[in-house]
Design a protein around this ligand. Structure first.
Ligand SMILES: [Zn+2]
Length: 437
């Protein structure tokens, strides 16, 4: 009846306006309680976190399904809000219940107290990603209160195990419950709004449409074992050191089309920092070195082998095997072997010419007048890659304006987000989910 009545009225006129004051206050209160649940991974016991989310949503009339997956209390949480056009595949809101561990001594505040100071909320998971998860949840609650049936089904999945490669989270869901989460679009973490990270002095919202591929390499040099008192030319450590110098000196990469589009949309070059540097080229970080004989390693023994690992991140579309062959040719030393030790997953970037992308742009600009909204690449990995591999269009949307130091607090001992941005982000998700997409 309500639906028929709405047909005669223009757009939102038929919907009740959510009581935003009350909802925003409830959202901040919920986020505090959510952070106080220490759902640290490992072991990723997400029973308490999932129970808290279930209680919240069911109190607002949104039914929740819990899907226990792993041996240590890993639980995934699933919600489906039926839409008007059920012939369309759903939009999947993806967030995770687990957080990375903390080094308590290094924190100025208790990482699980959800302290609010100077307008920021501090704690493990505020950024990654209980904050965005709470925004998803309160946008769904606001839709419900407004009496809005979304354009198509909306599914929300809160996974148990994002922070150790998704074995009991997204991978388990794909293997065991793919029909429940099969979607046309996914909104995941990644991307953000900023005034300094992407372009100096311009408000830019990057929506992640692709991420760099992980290519972890192990280099091993072989030589001759000998007494440290008499130097030899065939010292595995020296061979490795010379090889590493050449290994990490990567040749320039062909610019990626998504980065070219970012530059066009921003109307000038990207700001210079480690984040924007990383999304424009292939990168190599030397992360571990190991060598020596005995424990502790003897100073007077030249070992016969030496090893290093390099965390390489390649632009989408770069062939990892060719990348390794080129590195071998650069090193050009038969005593050094290179092994690719991570799986090669490169689904490429998602198409940004979609109705959903346009709806995202409108929703962001409504809450952030004058903002430039652009597709972007992110330098790190997210669960989106696993869904892109299944042919789903995945975007990373963090609808908050963050500065370099706040964005950089993820996984650190100063993780925090501005509360005003947290509140505003709920509106962005609400406007998006209430629109045609
Ligand atoms: Zn995360």
């Amino acid at each position: 009846m309500k639906f028929l009545f709405c047909l005669f009225l223009a757009g939102a006129a038929c919907a009740a306006t959510p009581d935003w004051n009350r909802l925003e206050t409830a959202a901040v209160d919920f986020l505090q309680r959510y952070i106080r649940v220490e759902s640290v991974n490992p072991p990723a016991d997400t029973r308490a976190a999932a129970a808290l989310v279930k209680e919240l949503l069911e109190k607002h009339g949104i039914p929740v399904k819990l899907l226990p997956s792993g041996p240590n209390g890993q639980v995934n949480l699933l919600v489906r809000i039926p839409g008007r056009d059920r012939s369309k595949k759903p939009l999947l809101l993806l967030n995770h219940l687990d957080v990375v561990p903390v080094d308590r001594k290094a924190w100025e505040v208790d990482p699980f107290a959800a302290v609010i100071r100077n307008g920021d909320i501090w704690g493990r998971g505020t950024m990654d990603m209980k904050g965005i998860g709470a925004q998803h949840m309160f946008a769904l609650i606001a839709l419900k209160e407004a009496g809005i049936t979304p354009a198509r089904d909306i599914v929300m999945l809160s996974t148990a195990d994002e922070e150790t490669n998704g074995t009991w989270g997204i991978r388990w869901m794909i293997d065991n419950h793919f029909r429940d989460i099969d979607a046309e679009y996914v909104l995941d973490e990644g991307g953000f709004g900023t005034r300094d990270i992407l372009a100096q002095g311009k408000l830019v919202f990057g929506v992640a449409v692709g991420e760099k591929q992980t290519a972890w390499l192990r280099l091993r040099a072989r030589g001759t074992a000998a007494h440290g008192s008499q130097p030899i030319p065939d010292n595995a450590n020296v061979t490795l050191m010379r090889a590493l110098d050449k290994a990490i000196a990567l040749p320039p990469a062909k610019p990626h089309p998504v980065v070219a589009e970012m530059v066009r949309n921003i109307g000038g070059p990207l700001a210079r920092n480690k984040y924007t540097d990383a999304i424009q080229v292939n990168t190599a970080s030397l992360t571990t070195l190991s060598s020596g004989v005995g424990s502790p390693a003897k100073v007077n023994v030249i070992p016969s082998t030496a090893e290093a690992t390099i965390d390489c991140r390649l632009l989408p579309g770069v062939n990892a095997e060719e990348f390794v062959s080129e590195m071998k040719a650069r090193i050009n030393d038969p005593r050094v072997s290179i092994e690719l030790i991570s799986p090669a997953d490169d689904p490429g970037a998602s198409n940004s010419r979609t109705t959903l992308f346009e709806a995202i742009r409108k929703a962001i600009v409504k809450s952030n007048p004058g903002a430039i909204v652009t597709p972007m690449l992110v330098p790190h990995g997210t669960d989106s890659v696993k869904l892109r591999m299944k042919g789903i269009i995945a975007y990373g949307l963090t609808p908050m304006v963050l500065d370099l130091s706040t964005a950089g607090s993820m996984h650190s001992d100063r993780e925090h987000i501005p509360l005003a941005e947290f509140r505003k982000g709920i509106h962005v998700f609400y406007d998006l989910l209430a629109s045609e997409f």
